[in-house]
Write a protein that binds this ligand. Structure first.
Ligand code: ZN
Length: 201
């Protein structure tokens, strides 16, 4: 039996996906650490391993070899992750894109049939906002059972999607603060930066 949380942390460290600095999160809050899962996922062997582990955890929990018909991830963050997770389950993997009027939509001829069992893939769940918007899209399409899976849960909750089943390989507690209560700002650190917004992050 794999120790999935331990191994996932090791792979995140080995791929330098755990960043230290002064970060401006999409919520507007500041943090001193950030998980950039894309750094892990850029390595196909790491990506394959975490997705196989995650699929194994879910299959064991549900006691079912093929619990889903399709994997859906919100672009861009979950494109690679969703695809690799789809490979691990041996099912279709599609991605949803931001709709001009808000929320998410399927383009490129992707579709979900009514009743299909869907696993929503989001590499890191912080607030889970994107994944929740994808869930709304799926409900409007008449999807069947919807569950959510991530590599990292840093929401601080075991049920960030309330009643929806949720699976994560590992949990990380990363403190964040409102800008006016940020100790890094108080120390006179360089201004907080959005992760991914400049080279090196
Ligand atoms: Zn700050």
């Amino acid at each position: 039996m794999i120790d999935a949380p331990e191994r996932t942390l090791e792979l995140l460290k080995n791929s330098n996906a755990l960043l230290e600095g002064h970060f401006l999160l999409s919520s507007g809050r500041h943090a001193g650490r950030y998980v950039q899962c894309a750094r892990l996922l850029q390595h196909p062997s790491f990506s394959e391993e975490v997705c196989a582990d995650l699929a194994s955890v879910i299959r064991t929990d549900l006691d079912e070899e093929n619990p889903f018909d399709v994997i859906v991830g919100p672009a861009m963050g979950a494109v690679t992750f969703g695809y690799e997770l789809a490979r691990a389950f041996g099912v279709r993997g599609v991605f949803a894109e931001r709709a001009p009027k808000g929320g998410f939509t399927l383009r490129r001829g992707f579709s979900i049939q009514p009743g299909e069992r869907v696993l929503v893939a989001e590499d890191v769940v912080t607030t889970g906002k994107s994944a929740k918007e994808v869930v709304v899209m799926l409900q409007e399409m008449g999807a069947g059972l919807v569950s959510v899976a991530s590599i990292v849960n840093r929401s601080g909750r075991s049920d960030p999607f309330d009643a929806l089943p949720y699976y994560a390989l590992t949990e990380l507690e990363i403190p964040s603060w409102s800008a006016d209560a940020c100790p890094l700002c108080a120390e006179g650190a360089d201004p907080a930066v959005k992760p991914g917004s400049r080279p090196g992050l």
